[in-house]
Design a binder for this molecule. Structure first.
Ligand code: SF4
Length: 451
């Protein structure tokens, strides 16, 4: 069978599972699972609308390696191969272009992701790569795959001229909220995506794009921009209902940079879920300064079972320096309120932000241990390209960078004054042990798993 466009999350070279989805590029960890590839599935929906034949693959989620990709390329003979990339795996992600060139000569090769968005020149040093898609990818993919498209006319791409010169076309406009289609999940093996702890099949639903906050470490604005775009509630409801009916999946991760940024929208969506009698269960992410009791209760009634807060640090000085715009006292009140209302809480923390010391790391761990959290995830601060943290780390000489910066939230790379990266890694391991090797946490985790 011939296919026009092959969209894929590339196989990892180390056998591990990787999510490469906008601001979230990470190895499957404690809380981690493979997130269904939202951008690729949404692009697939737009391409189908355009009449293209699309094949969608998530090789790491299904445990398939590079040989499966090679087979697919030989069998499908796509005109376009487009895949997602992430900072932690950027070198092997870019090397995929050579595999495509070898197995499907003549196929246009293109990549998406926040890393390549800010470093397209670097990506295009890979000679077998034709195009870098910068920023929110779906609309640009649709433009690229049009039969009459010529590179100079496609906004949002960087590409190489015949003489080797690299061109950066102007930025593409972001999709209007009512233009964002429901992802075409049907091309994927949906059994591969399981909710952490619960182990049940789930899908992502993304009602909102964009984040107005300016956290120094976050790549979210590079992908979806700063302006909040709310999809029409009716479209989101239709999508959820179709997922239940078509795939028998009623567990969702509401994916947004900050779902609760607009409480009125959240309330409208929850009321619609109730009015339509959708029997679904969902989890979402949030900021501690965007929730209130009335909205949380409505969210719970509409199926919310767990909420994830980015708490980051127990030190107000570090929170302020990182631009997070919250204080530890707000984290305390939000987590306690959510727990009191009978909603599970996940807290996400980060060690090694600027200003970090042994004392502030201890403050962060003390906060994690003090709060009634069901799950905690501890990261190391990663100076991802395109963030203010990246600029600061370079300016102050905290990172030694090769030609290609390879950073992940699973291993510290910044040598902060008085705090070697190895110490941050060691403290992170210590924090996991302290948090999870407590009877209280074990009981909570077990009760979650039983459910
Ligand atoms: S609130 Fe901060 S960390 Fe969260 S998505 Fe927005 S910029 Fe990123």
């Amino acid at each position: 069978m011939e296919t026009d466009v092959l969209l894929f999350n590339p196989p990892s070279t180390d056998g591990r599972g990787y999510t490469r989805e906008g601001r979230c590029t990470q190895e499957a960890g404690v809380w981690g699972t493979q997130w269904p590839p939202l951008s690729l599935a949404t692009a697939a929906a737009l391409l189908r609308r355009d009449g293209r034949r699309v094949t969608l693959r998530d090789y790491p989620a299904t445990g398939h390696d590079i040989r499966s990709l090679e087979n697919d390329l030989r069998e499908l003979r796509p005109s376009f191969a487009i895949w997602s990339t992430g900072s932690p795996t950027i070198l092997s992600d870019l090397a995929v272009a050579r595999v495509v060139r070898q197995q499907a000569p003549g196929c246009v090769t293109a990549v998406i992701g926040t890393h390549v968005t800010v470093r397209p020149e670097e990506a295009l040093t890979e000679a077998a790569l034709d195009v870098v898609i910068r920023g929110e990818p779906e609309g640009i993919i649709s433009g690229l795959c049009r039969s009459d498209a010529s590179y100079p006319d496609i906004k949002g791409i960087s590409w190489r001229e015949r003489d080797g010169a690299i061109r950066h076309n102007p930025e593409a406009p972001l999709l209007a909220p009512d233009e964002i289609p429901a992802p075409a999940w049907d091309g994927l093996d949906l059994g591969a995506y399981r909710l952490p702890l619960k182990g049940r099949r789930f899908l992502i639903v993304a009602p909102v794009r964009g984040c107005p906050w300016t956290c120094s470490f976050c790549t979210a604005p590079l992908y979806y921009g700063r302006r909040l775009r709310r999809r029409p509630v009716a479209n989101v409801i239709d999508e959820m209902a179709a997922n239940v009916e078509r795939f028998g999946i009623g567990e969702f991760f509401i994916w947004a940079d900050t779902f609760t940024a607009d409480r009125h929208y959240v309330q409208e969506l929850c009321r619609a879920i109730l009015a339509w009698g959708l029997r679904i269960s969902w989890t979402c992410n949030s900021r501690v300064d965007t929730i209130d009791e009335e909205t949380l209760l409505l969210m719970k009634e509409a199926g919310l079972w767990m909420i994830s807060f980015g708490l980051e640090s127990g030190s107000d000085a570090i929170l302020a320096a990182s631009g997070k715009g919250i204080a530890a006292a707000q984290s305390r009140s939000a987590v306690i309120l959510t727990h009191r209302l009978g909603i599970r809480v996940a807290g996400h923390f980060m060690f090694g932000l600027p200003g970090e010391t042994e004392e502030t790391m201890a403050e962060t761990l003390a906060l994690a241990l003090e709060l009634p959290l069901d799950v905690a995830q501890f990261y190391t601060a990663a100076p991802f390209p395109g963030t203010a943290l990246f600029d600061e780390a370079l300016r102050r000489g905290w990172v030694k960078m090769g030609a290609v910066p390879i950073f992940s939230q699973g291993r510290a790379v910044m040598e902060l004054p008085g705090l070697p990266s190895g110490r941050v890694d060691a403290f992170r391991r210590h924090a996991y042990r302290r948090f999870y090797l407590r009877p209280r946490t074990a009981v909570r985790m077990l009760s979650l798993m039983k459910k």
